[in-house]
Design a protein around this ligand. Structure first.
Ligand code: ATP
Length: 369
């Protein structure tokens, strides 16, 4: 059982019907959501959807206009930020420039009543965890951006919060360093057992690090699931489109022996799809098909339930993969992505080529409109 599927597990965080208004503007709209201990939970969504507002309410910098937030079963309504077992790490890291790495990490601990030895031991432990032992004496301007990010993390974890909130923690790092740091972050999260809630607008990052991802839109959570579920079984066109690349083909469904037939373009054979839900005859639906599930070939494939003809308009070569943009009936663009493992031995498809696209009856997710 994952904790979110285990009915005996009590959530660490509970949002219960939480609404947050700024004047007339509804930033968070009647949101109910549980987050469990040791989860790495990602909030993902476009700018302005309410991610930071959710974090600020957890940290206690904002109060809900309606509803309740519970942490470890206690209503946080009258609990100030400093009395919550919550820490927040900001994108700017907010390190003290005049203090060494060691003193930056020790800063919060020194303000609490610990012995000198206890502070030292904890700082050493944090330096080890974040692999910063060698840099303890340096000032923030004498280390790299990635190292500064680790100092900020070490400092946020020094007081052993139950919950660490990370607002775009890797936003300042370049792509390669960012990817390496994602794995470090996962490793540190696992070692400390702290619950991490991360805000990011980078969907690849959310998918990489998180145990569960919440996709948000306009103050609401549209879907919460594991990265694989979100990708393979999005519950709406919005989520399908937000996570990764997807082809959307609209049509009208009719039940058939093989699942559903979907009429999508005048004068063209219907597409065939399996659906997890029951659809009415004539219901308008969208098919969501990931580009890597669409095969492309010069000749018409045999025995394919979904084969449509088109013309290559564009090719994006990505090294390991190529994405073909193919125009099919009705001017619809469909992307097909193929691995380039045998690229040199294969006859190359090129612009303006007439091609066939095909996919299996289980490749498309059927979404109601
Ligand atoms: P981003 O990815 O750009 O940081 P976000 O998803 O974190 O966006 P929030 O910062 O949570 O978005 O803001 C949600 C909405 O609430 C935005 O439309 C924002 O303008 C509004 N908002 C946030 N704080 C305030 C405030 N103090 N007063 C008025 N409106 C606010």
């Amino acid at each position: 059982f994952a904790p979110w599927d285990d009915p005996t597990e009590t959530p660490l965080i509970q949002f219960k019907g939480v609404t947050k208004r700024f004047g007339d503007f509804v930033a968070i709209d009647n949101l109910t959501q549980d987050i469990y201990a040791r989860e790495f939970f990602a909030l993902l969504g476009p700018s302005g959807c309410g991610k930071t507002t959710m974090m600020r309410m957890l940290a206690g910098f904002e109060a809900p206009s309606e509803g309740q937030i519970l942490i470890a079963g206690t209503d946080m309504a009258h609990v100030p930020p400093n009395l919550r077992a919550v820490n927040m790490m900001f994108q700017s890291y907010a390190l003290f420039p005049h203090l060494s790495v060691w003193d930056n990490i020790a800063f919060g601990l020194k303000r609490e009543r610990h012995t000198k030895d206890a502070v030292s031991a904890r700082v050493e432990e944090m330096l080890k965890l974040t692999r910063l032992e060698k840099f303890a004496k340096r000032k923030p301007h004498q280390i790299s951006g990635g190292q500064r990010q680790r100092v900020a993390l070490a400092r946020s974890l020094a007081k052993a919060p139950k919950l660490l909130l990370l607002d775009e923690p890797l936003g300042a790092l370049d792509k390669k360093l960012r990817q390496d740091t994602q794995f470090e972050l996962m490793d540190i999260q696992e070692k400390t057992g702290t619950t991490f809630v991360i805000v990011t607008h980078d969907q690849e990052e959310a998918m990489t690090v998180a145990s569960r991802v919440a996709v948000m839109d306009e103050g609401r959570i549209m879907q919460v699931s594991t990265p694989a579920q979100i990708y393979e079984a999005p519950n709406s066109v919005y989520v399908a489109d937000f996570i990764g690349d997807v082809n959307i083909i609209e049509g009208t469904a009719s039940p058939s022996v093989n699942g559903y037939e979907v009429r999508w373009a005048e004068g063209h054979a219907p597409l065939v799809a399996k659906a997890s839900q029951v659809l009415r005859e004539g219901q308008r639906i969208s098919l969501a098909i990931r580009p890597e599930k669409v095969s492309i070939s010069a000749e018409k494939p045999e025995n394919s339930v979904n084969a449509i003809e088109g013309k290559i308009i564009d090719i994006a070569y990505l090294g390991n993969l190529s994405t073909y943009h193919v125009e099919v009936a009705g001017g619809i663009m469909v992307k097909a992505q193929t691995a380039n493992t045998r690229r040199l031995s294969r006859r190359e498809l090129t612009w303006e080529d007439k091609v066939w696209l095909n996919w299996t009856d289980t490749a498309a997710v059927v979404l109601e409109q």
